[in-house]
Write a protein that binds this ligand. Structure first.
Ligand code: ATP
Length: 362
């Protein structure tokens, strides 16, 4: 019997390729994992006429407690809700953890980035509470806001609601501080736009300050308005350590940070709750390059290294991270996104060639 059972949700788009590469690398590195492959996304919905997130897939994660997932496409502007968001909600994976670090040779603008994004994963504008333009519910809400003197909303508006709660803020900020303490980090920065959104971001900031006071003397604390954060990250990412943000700002800052170190192709992540953890790259399904063997599987492979840490297999995780650094430092086998980030005119290698080189470097 294998030591660990892990649910593998390959996803769609480039997820099919990155997941296969990840599995090859993790197996070759010597991890004793039994993979339980579980479907999700538009293809399974079309094939079964059922949900894009089948109950059997959720049950598999519940049973194994740990999953790794490739990206799943969310069609823009249709009734199809994001499977990624649904999975986070169903399993209450309230933390989105995204370490951002420089890999020499990967084309980052800085050589010494080492920060961690802790993104709230369950509320904010991402909660999916929306009212369609011209719907009766939207009209009632517009009328209600008018009556309350909360402000006039144009009648031809679609509306998304931004809920931010005390309990949701407390648990994510506490996670950020506990994480900082556990990993020997020094400072947590809370991000907001409380000057404009007093009752949502203002609440988040108040709670962040209150929780920070419990860690005073052990972990430093500062605050940043989200627009200033973006500028400060670009000018000097070295001033940040752990950054905790509400959901939408966390989404945007994650991509910005990925850009600082070489792009989405190398940015790993994890969705964590009190019972379950689902590891996944920051990037989406990249339909423009899907099925062409062009994608960079590093982000999912580094997500798997985070998963191995979580499973107590740090030695194997470190071996994988060391092999990644070796392949990038060597520079012979780099995918097209990295050639572009490094402004090289050499052709990118295929996802398979990159994966083979990585396995040789283990
Ligand atoms: P989502 O909304 O699901 O996050 P998105 O449309 O914002 O997805 P991504 O799919 O994450 O964006 O990626 C944007 C672009 O970056 C892709 O179209 C692709 O060109 C490039 N890209 C993303 N991930 C990779 C990767 N692993 N390898 C190579 N290129 C990538």
């Amino acid at each position: 019997m294998s030591k660990h059972r892990v649910t593998l949700i390959p996803g769609d788009g480039i997820g099919v390729e990155t997941s296969e590469a990840m599995r090859r690398v993790v197996d070759a590195a010597g991890a004793d994992i039994q993979w339980e492959v579980a479907p999700a996304g538009a293809a399974v919905m079309e094939a079964t006429g059922g949900s894009p997130l089948p109950e059997s897939t959720i049950d598999s994660v519940r049973c194994n407690k740990v999953a790794i997932k490739g990206p799943i496409t969310t069609p823009v502007g249709t009734g199809f809700r994001s499977v990624n968001v649904a999975l986070r909600k169903t399993l209450d994976l309230y933390v989105c953890l995204r370490p951002v670090f420089s890999i020499p040779g990967a084309g980052g603008r800085y050589e010494d980035v080492d920060l961690v994004i802790v993104r709230e994963n369950s509320e904010d504008l991402y909660a999916g509470i929306e009212f369609e333009k011209d719907s009766a519910a939207a009209a009632r809400l517009i009328e209600f806001c008018n009556q309350e003197g909360a402000g006039a909303i144009r009648p031809d508006s679609g509306i998304s609601i931004k809920p931010i709660s005390v309990s949701g803020s407390d648990r994510i900020v506490r996670y950020a501080f506990d994480y900082a303490e556990r990993l020997g980090r020094k400072k947590v920065t809370a991000v907001h736009k409380a000057n404009i959104m007093k009752y949502s971001d203002g609440l988040f900031l108040d709670r962040a300050r209150a929780i920070a006071s419990e860690y005073s003397g052990r972990i430093g604390f500062d605050e940043r308005i989200v627009d200033a954060l973006c500028m400060n990250l670009v000018i000097d990412p070295g001033q940040f350590d752990v950054i905790v943000l509400p959901n939408l700002y966390g989404d945007i800052a994650s991509d910005l940070c990925a850009g600082l170190v070489g792009g989405l192709g190398i940015a790993p992540g994890a969705n964590i709750g009190s019972e379950y953890a689902v590891f996944e790259a920051v990037h989406g399904s990249a339909p423009d390059i899907a099925g062409k063997n062009l994608c960079n599987p590093t982000a999912e492979i580094l997500s798997a290294a985070m998963m191995l840490d979580h499973l107590g297999e740090q030695e194997i995780a470190n071996r994988i991270r060391a092999a990644v650094r070796k392949v990038y430092a060597d520079g012979t086998y780099l995918t097209g996104d990295i050639r572009w980030a490094t402004r090289s005119d050499k052709a990118g290698c295929s996802c398979t060639e990159f994966t083979d080189a990585l396995i040789r470097a283990l």
